[in-house]
Design a protein around this ligand. Structure first.
Ligand SMILES: [Zn+2]
Length: 64
């Protein structure tokens, strides 16, 4: 059983699993960095649209 000390130091790209590159840490390339950013933006967008139970306009209609 061999353990590579150098391998433990290099973090894997969270998107595709390839070894990360210093320039795009923690990703392996700009493409993977963009993919992650896109996922994040989509997640935030969904979270916001999903979390609108009380709208100012709806409040007035409730009294009708
Ligand atoms: Zn990658």
């Amino acid at each position: 059983m061999k353990t590579k000390k150098g391998e433990a130091k290099a973090a894997a790209c969270p998107i595709c699993g390839k070894p990360s590159v210093e320039e795009y840490k923690p990703f392996c390339s700009k493409r993977c960095s963009d993919v992650d950013l896109n996922r994040w933006l989509v997640g935030v967008y969904r979270f916001e649209t999903d979390e609108t139970p009380d709208e100012p306009g709806n409040d007035g209609k409730d009294e009708d």
